[in-house]
Design a protein around this ligand. Structure first.
Ligand SMILES: O=C(O)CCC(=O)C(=O)O
Ligand SMILES: [Fe+2]
Length: 289
């Protein structure tokens, strides 16, 4: 039976190291997950109706891109990515300076969809440009059933960069990994995996929809790949050493920059440089909404 870890479990890190993946529960407020589900599902239903009227293609992958753009601009999304336990989990993987890479991927897996983008065969994500210092995290907004979840190949990440040819493991090598169907994933669970782990879409259900979001995290201090730099990132947390550097002011460590004056950081970045104290907690936004 698959163990679902709590956000602070040390054993979760051991499993990630040994198996290349780990499943968490109780990281998010369930209300946030169900409200996000409703937001996404309602948009999906609207597009499905319009497609039913023949006005647009039945292109769920394309719809998911559009819905993700809208979801990303909601308070719900902000609350999800800043969930305290989520950031805590990521700090355990990448250290105190947590970057959320740009362009999270929304997956809407509907019955019988044939789009290869949503029906991924066995692959590694390092193959498509993600670095080995980056972890993947998939947040489920629905439960999965035995047919429509994700599968992983435990331990495959320590075999290095598995050669992939046209979106499948290169058949010349005739390697077979044991796959594990992660069909125990429930709404609100978080599946974390290494970018070298071989994994796939299990398939599609004949009745249930699976909705999930894949995000990527690395340390702001890590060297990012061209793909990661190109897509950008958002800082979610800045560790104490970088907070000190911000107070010093610049990487040249200019001496006495603020001697005799106020030592602090600009208020517009006080959300993440939260150990600086200047007028913290003053919230003008609430008068504007
Ligand atoms: O959700 C899936 O079916 C596969 C996910 C995946 O391969 C990914 O997000 O990298
Ligand atoms: Fe993948």
């Amino acid at each position: 039976m698959e163990i679902k870890h709590e956000y602070s479990d040390e054993a979760a890190l051991a499993q990630f190291v040994q198996e290349g993946y780990v499943l968490y529960q109780n990281v998010f407020d369930p209300e946030l997950i169900s409200a996000s589900y409703r937001f996404i599902f309602e948009k999906y239903e609207r597009l499905k109706k319009i497609a039913g009227e023949g006005k647009i293609d039945f292109d769920v992958n394309g719809w998911a891109v559009a819905i993700m753009k809208l979801y990303e601009r909601t308070d719900l999304y902000e609350k999800v990515i800043h969930s305290k336990r989520y950031v805590e989990v990521m700090k355990r993987f990448v250290g105190p300076d947590v970057a959320l890479l740009g362009y999270d991927a929304l997956w809407i897996n509907v019955p019988k969809d044939k789009d290869p983008v949503l029906l991924k065969g066995l692959h590694t994500d390092a193959w498509s440009g993600t670095g080995v210092n980056t972890v993947f995290a998939k947040l489920f907004f629905t439960d999965v059933d035995p047919f429509n979840g994700m599968s992983v190949c435990p331990g495959s990440h320590v075999q290095g960069m598995i050669p992939v040819r046209n979106r499948a493991i290169d058949p010349r090598y005739e390697v077979q990994f044991e796959t594990k169907n992660m069909d125990m994933c429930k709404a609100g669970d978080l599946l974390v995996w290494h970018s070298l782990l071989v994994h796939s879409t299990t398939g599609h259900s004949d009745k249930n929809i699976r909705i999930s979001m894949t995000s990527r995290f690395t340390s702001i201090e890590n060297q990012m790949t061209t793909q990661e730099r190109g897509l950008g990132y958002r800082p979610l947390s800045v560790g104490p050493l970088n907070q000190v550097l911000r107070l010093v002011g610049n990487d040249y460590l200019t001496p006495f920059r603020t001697l005799g004056g106020y030592v602090g950081v600009d208020r517009r970045i006080s959300d993440i440089y939260n150990y600086s104290r200047y007028k913290q907690g003053v919230d003008y936004e609430k008068y504007l909404t």
